[in-house]
Design a protein around this ligand. Structure first.
Ligand code: SF4
Length: 403
């Protein structure tokens, strides 16, 4: 029984109000620079490119720093000496260096009577860099829906499961996709989560687990479930799920809802089969907890007017990559937007650039790059108005759960 990796934990997300302040600062200046010329500054340049902010160059204090070259991380940009830009009337500098260095940088600027600078907090600097840095193969994970519909009907589901028609992936397609993704990743990935909707409703679940384990001998493979069917599936129509989990080293993660399920019996079954079973009402926190399940509201902007600079505040960004029907999507919201559209007669549009065809790409690095910048669909996510909404309850199936 392997140990659980912490793949469902949410990393620190940059503060949204500081992102807004950063943008306001940048827009005030005709000539914008980033202080420093290192790895962090490369990722900040990438973030500003994402935001549509034109950066003219990096700025350094002394000639020696000019010779550093980290452009392989993202892209080349002129490196100027502070002397060259300090008298320019509309020059602004964003300082995103480590705060440890502020005691040198800020007095230097003040001594030169230069006050047009913006000090990023360490928290936001690290948060932005973490979000836009392409993941290594050891960090990459995939989510795969084995049933878009569910046997529960939760309000505000971020996979829109309570709104979905009965939907299973095509068997042949799913087998091929698992094989293909194995090849693309050269059989190494951090983790794959089988979820939904409710994945245990899929009668081919054991087949898929077997293929996934063959393709990824060392990855963490997880069934993310509400647990309702687990005890029945010891004698499932297509085999014993518990034995399969034991044979293929599959972990089971149960989201705990305030419904009647014999969680103790499930834990006991896990021990009997030597299968790691974990349960939590919030699978995104470090310490597993069975406190009351809270529903998060993922507010959508139906007009698609949200500027891209907000996207790094998204918990799904560069984190919950989805494989569906031969394509990789940034997140479950985009991947399942067709369910939302159908249920509420909306037209949130997915563009070609919202997903990658796994049969057209050559390597996993393309997935890592794809996931590390916003997709066009991000314009529909009103992240400023995402929040822990209320205690779990059944869905009203009304659009107000999302607007
Ligand atoms: S579309 Fe973009 S902003 Fe919306 S949930 Fe996905 S990653 Fe987040």
């Amino acid at each position: 029984m392997g140990k659980r990796k912490k793949i469902h934990l949410i990393n620190d997300l940059p503060h949204i109000y500081e992102l807004e302040d950063t943008m306001s600062f940048c827009r005030k200046y005709e000539h914008l620079y980033i202080w420093g010329n290192g790895e962090t500054e490369q990722y900040l340049l990438k973030y500003f490119d994402i935001c549509g902010i034109i950066v003219e160059g990096f700025v350094v204090a002394k000639e020696d720093d000019r010779n550093l070259d980290f452009s392989n991380i993202y892209r080349k940009l002129p490196v100027k000496l502070f002397e060259e830009i300090k008298d320019c009337p509309s020059a602004g500098i964003v300082i995103g260096s480590s705060e440890k260095l502020y005691h040198r940088i800020i007095p230097f600027l003040r001594k030169n009577n230069f006050s047009d600078y913006f000090e990023m907090t360490e928290y936001n600097r690290q948060g932005i860099v973490c979000q836009v840095r392409p993941r290594t193969r050891e960090e990459l994970t995939l989510e795969i829906s084995l049933a878009d519909h569910c046997n529960l009907s939760c309000q505000m589901c971020d996979h829109f499961s309570q709104l979905s028609d009965k939907w299973f992936p095509d068997y042949e397609q799913m087998c091929n996709d698992l094989r293909r993704i194995g090849t693309v990743f050269d059989h190494q990935i951090a983790a794959i989560s089988f979820l939904g909707g409710e994945p245990t409703l899929n009668e081919h679940l054991i087949d898929y687990l077997k293929i996934a384990r063959e393709e990824f001998p060392d990855a963490e493979l997880i069934i993310l479930t509400n647990g309702v069917e687990l005890l029945n599936l010891e004698n499932g129509k297509t085999g014993n799920l518990w034995k399969a989990c034991s044979d293929f080293d599959i972990h089971i993660m149960i989201t705990v809802y305030p419904i009647k399920i014999d969680y103790e019996a499930i834990e006991k079954k896990g021990r009997e089969y030597n299968v790691l079973v974990e349960m939590s009402s919030n699978i995104h926190v470090e310490d597993l907890t069975k406190i009351t399940k809270i529903s998060d509201k993922h507010t959508m902007d139906l007009t698609g007017s949200i500027p891209p600079f907000y996207s790094v505040n998204c918990l799904y960004f560069n984190k919950f990559t989805v494989l569906k029907d031969g394509r990789v999507y940034m997140c479950p919201i985009a991947a399942h937007s067709d369910i939302f559209n159908k249920a509420f007669e909306q037209n949130l549009q997915l563009k070609e650039m919202d997903s990658l065809d796994i049969y057209s790409i050559e390597s996993w690095e393309q997935i890592a790059e794809f996931s590390a910048k916003p997709v066009p669909f991000c314009r529909y996510c009103d992240l400023k108005h995402w929040y822990h909404h209320s205690q779990w309850k059944c869905s009203s199936k009304r659009i107000e759960e999302y607007i």
